[in-house]
Design a protein. Structure first.
Length: 405
């Protein structure tokens, strides 16, 4: 039986997906950015500290850079679930530091040619927000944070009277510059999630297709068993009065049903050439006593072994061909079965010179040729089947198995 598709899908997701890898790489990049901007901001911290209360600078450093450094470290040691959480903390810590600047400002000004150290990396915090929030809220965050940091920057450089058009310019420039990187980050994260979803869907479809194929194969086995053994026995019983042949045929049907109920590890998997010959000859005898059967075992095949599944399929196909010939070829037809066992090949021909038929005109509901012969042999690895028949020209059914190298 096929494995549970859900279990297969669950097992297939044990390895990190593309979305997880993108998230980890993006988080590492953003965390490294916070560390880099901390090093860049160090020369600016001293002059900027002169215009704010003493408590603000250490608090702002912790709020602005602490979560980013924690995000970087989490990409190496923490689970993936922590990365969006630290991204959200980064997105919140920075604007809190910006807002705390207002009560900490002592109305003094810095050199108008300089900027506060907070203004250098406002867009980076929005990249961190993209790890945790929806794109719409990330864009809102970018605009608000850019406007807020531009406001305190203008306030610290020119005082309250400097707030005006320059604020709009600084905000617009910061949003436009950071928007390119933010969109790229959002698209990278989205692409990773789409790849994961596509792969999961492909795994589910593949598992469902495999399960459907296994069910179809199982159904075909039981269709063949029902047709070849159960129905054939019931049809034979209609015109027989407890004959020995009918008893053997019924016993064979029950034996086949019992074999199918056995676990795979209790079934014989390999047969020797002599057993193959006996099994195929018995399949012809059980189907009909009207055939002349010849079995040839080539010298090189005397000690060879053959897969039981292939031998059983050959026996069922030969038996079905023999029954069809007995019923449909006509009373005066000559019938013969030739079985050859080679080193890596088994082939058999069931032939008669009877009335024949047109294979194209076989009704769809007749399962003997299609299911019991053709499909049965095609489903076996290395199996083959060929039916050659024409009205008034007899019928020849050739089945075989070849070992695949």
């Amino acid at each position: 039986m096929a494995a549970d598709p859900a279990a297969q899908s669950l097992a297939a997701t044990d390895d990190p997906g593309d979305g997880d890898r993108v998230l980890r790489v993006m988080s590492r990049f953003i965390g490294a950015g916070f560390l880099a901007y901390l090093l860049v901001a160090l020369p600016e911290i001293g002059p900027d500290a002169a215009i704010v209360a003493a408590w603000w600078t250490p608090v702002a450093l912790i709020l602005a850079f602490g979560p980013g450094i924690a995000l970087l470290l989490s990409t190496f040691w923490a689970g993936l679930r922590w990365l969006p959480r630290w991204g959200a903390v980064c997105a919140c810590g920075y604007p809190i530091a910006v807002l705390l600047w207002l009560p900490a400002w002592n109305d003094q000004l810095i050199d108008s040619s300089r900027s506060t150290w907070l203004v250098n990396f406002s867009g980076l915090t929005s990249l961190a927000a993209a790890l945790a929030w929806r794109p719409m809220w990330t864009f809102v965050h970018l605009v608000l944070v850019s406007a807020a940091v531009a406001f305190i920057n203008e306030l610290g450089r020119g005082g309250r009277d400097a707030i005006g058009v320059q604020l709009v310019y600084e905000t617009t420039w910061a949003v436009a510059f950071s928007m390119v990187f933010l969109v790229a980050a959002i698209m990278a994260l989205r692409t990773g999630r789409l790849l994961d979803a596509t792969r999961a869907n492909a795994q589910q479809v593949t598992a469902a297709a495999a399960a459907s194929k296994a069910q179809a194969a199982e159904r075909a086995r039981f269709d063949s068993l029902t047709h070849d053994h159960v129905l054939a026995t019931l049809l034979a019983a209609e015109g027989a009065n407890g004959s020995e042949k009918l008893a053997k045929q019924a016993a064979a049907a029950l034996s086949e049903l019992d074999r199918l109920s056995l676990p795979d590890d209790q079934q014989q998997n390999w047969w020797r050439s002599a057993d193959v010959a006996a099994s195929l000859r018995a399949a012809v005898s059980a189907a009909s006593d009207l055939f002349e059967t010849e079995v040839r075992i080539h010298p090189g095949a005397a000690d060879m072994q053959y897969p039981a599944a292939a031998v059983r399929a050959l026996g069922e196909a030969i038996g079905e061909a023999s029954r069809n010939s007995s019923v449909h070829a006509g009373r005066d037809a000559d019938r013969v079965v030739l079985i050859e066992i080679l080193e890596a090949q088994v082939r058999a021909v069931v032939a008669d010179n009877g009335v024949g038929f047109d294979p194209v005109r076989v009704p769809p509901g007749r399962l003997g040729i299609k299911v019991s012969i053709m499909q049965r042999m095609i489903q076996i690895d290395g199996g083959s089947a060929l039916v050659d028949a024409r009205p008034g020209g007899g019928t020849s059914v050739q089945v075989g198995w070849v070992a695949r190298s």
